[in-house]
Structures are given as structure tokens and as C-alpha cells.
Design a binder for this molecule. Sequence first.
Ligand SMILES: [Fe+2]
Ligand SMILES: [Fe+2]
Length: 128
Amino acid sequence: MPLIQWKESYSLKNTVLDTQHKRLFKILNKLYEDFMHGITDLAYESALDNIIAFTKYHFQTEEQIMHKIKHPHSYSHKQEHNRFSDKIHELKNSPGRDTHEKANELIKFLVNWVLHHIVVEDRKIAHH
Ligand SMILES: [Fe+2]
Ligand SMILES: [Fe+2]
């Protein structure tokens, strides 16, 4: 069972953004699958690097769109992206602790963030 499943109601009616959001779901479900099977340090590190690289790319896409359509909440939206990146980097740099515990924290953070951000914040881009 995947951790989170894409629903049509998540769609922003924007193919580029929907495709990228679905990719985020995939990355998160893969991390969860690894977690359930006893995640290795290597798999955890590579999931984090994947998330960092992909969200950097995804946030740039959204920020360019918001800039183009002169979206009124682009500043606060960008701040949410920055807070996400700060948290992920903080997790990446947090020393010690066991990988299972760190992966658990990462997954919880991602599920809450991804669902809230896509459903509430990103929706404002599409419905502007
Ligand atoms: Fe997004
Ligand atoms: Fe966003």
C-alpha cells in the first residue's frame, strides 16, 4: 500500500504542475516503502538528496509561473517553499540519531507538508 495516493481533487488543472506533484508522491511513497523494509543509511541519504533536488526544480517552476501571472501571494508562497527547504536541510545536517528515527520524522513532515501545500497553497496558483 502506498502511503499517499494521488486523487483527482489534487489536480490544479495544470499538466506541468500536476506531473511534478505526482512525482513528489512517488518519491515519498518510495521512501515509505524503504522505511517499511528497514531503511539503510544510503537509501535515506539518497531520498533526501532526491527530495532536495526535485523540490528545488519544482519550486522554481511554480515561482516562475507565479511571477508570470503576477500572482498576489507569490511572496508568502515563496516563503513557504523556503521554509520547506530549510527544514529539509536541517534534517540532512542533523547529526547522529538512528536512520529509522530520522526517516520517520522526514516522512511525517513530508506527508503533512506535501498534502497541505498542494491542496491549499498551490491551489491558489491555479485558481488565481
Ligand atoms: Fe507544488
Ligand atoms: Fe508551492
